[in-house]
Design a protein around this ligand. Sequence first.
Ligand SMILES: NC(=O)c1ccc[n+]([C@@H]2O[C@H](COP(=O)([O-])OP(=O)(O)OC[C@H]3O[C@@H](n4cnc5c(N)ncnc54)[C@H](OP(=O)(O)O)[C@@H]3O)[C@@H](O)[C@H]2O)c1
Length: 292
Amino acid sequence: MKILITGSNGQVGSSLVKLLNQMPEIDFLAVDRERLDITDCKAVNKLVNEFQPNAIINAAAYTAVDKAEKEVELSNSINRDGPKFLALAANRVGATILHISTDYVFAGDKDGEYIETDDVAPQGAYGQSKLEGELAVAVSCPRHIIMRTAWVFCETGNNFVKTMLRLAQTRDELSVVADQFGGPTYAGDIANALIAMVQHIEQGKQAKWGVYHFSGMPYASWFDFATAIFQAAEQHQVLTKQPKLSAIPTSAYPTPAKRPANSRLNCSKIEKQFAIQPSDWRVALNNIQAYK
Ligand SMILES: NC(=O)c1ccc[n+]([C@@H]2O[C@H](COP(=O)([O-])OP(=O)(O)OC[C@H]3O[C@@H](n4cnc5c(N)ncnc54)[C@H](OP(=O)(O)O)[C@@H]3O)[C@@H](O)[C@H]2O)c1
């Protein structure tokens, strides 16, 4: 089995590389932006034709949510056009494409969890570009899996865990939004889920193509998440002092791009179809020493 991974320096991309390095039975090629710019259609076709993968996992994306409001074209080109080129190339060589999307395709005003078929209504340029990417992938390659996830974190890259630990070095008090809810998701768990899906498909077990939700559990607010991060930091002696946390409403922390208040992704479809259960994000914080 041969897997092509794009965006190999990102949180999910590097987690996939880490995982596949422990799986010698899988032949993989992981390329960063320098090796393959996914917005370069010719380069995408050339690499896919040469490597002839069974599956392409697109972990490349434009993820600067606020900056996207001013860089609409760039975010569209990376989040819509790049995935489309990859999906077309996958289709040409008979490969499956696995593409990652986001809770930001939703408005966030639903009561309760979002399921895959709920109406989408992105609130900003990033969410819009990711939604257009989903649609482009779906029409370009029938053998597609689109995994929507949320609140991604891991030991490397830019994420909430690292931001909290960094701010705690210099501040005695931190205010954290307490009225947005979602499932923090460890990138290593996303990598596990993606590879399990590829294996399931390649073993010829029935695969229903389409959109799947996968996130960590239990659901939390950013304030709950920050509280758990500092508890883990204290337990593992990562910080010499704890900051005092205050819960604030979203209105007290304005950002250029609006965030969904409700990002709870219902994950029962992926469990039913692929026997993949939501991961417990609190387990990943046991490794908090590695986030410094
Ligand atoms: N982060 C989250 O909280 C979150 C939440 C929900 C969904 N997601 C989705 O999950 C996926 C993975 O996110 P992540 O957190 O792993 O993102 P990330 O850490 O920002 O990684 C994205 C990677 O894509 C690369 N990239 C950007 N433009 C590229 C291009 N034109 N060609 C090739 N590579 C390019 C980046 O390279 P450079 O470093 O060189 O820019 C970076 O290494 C994305 O689809 C994202 O939309 C993320």
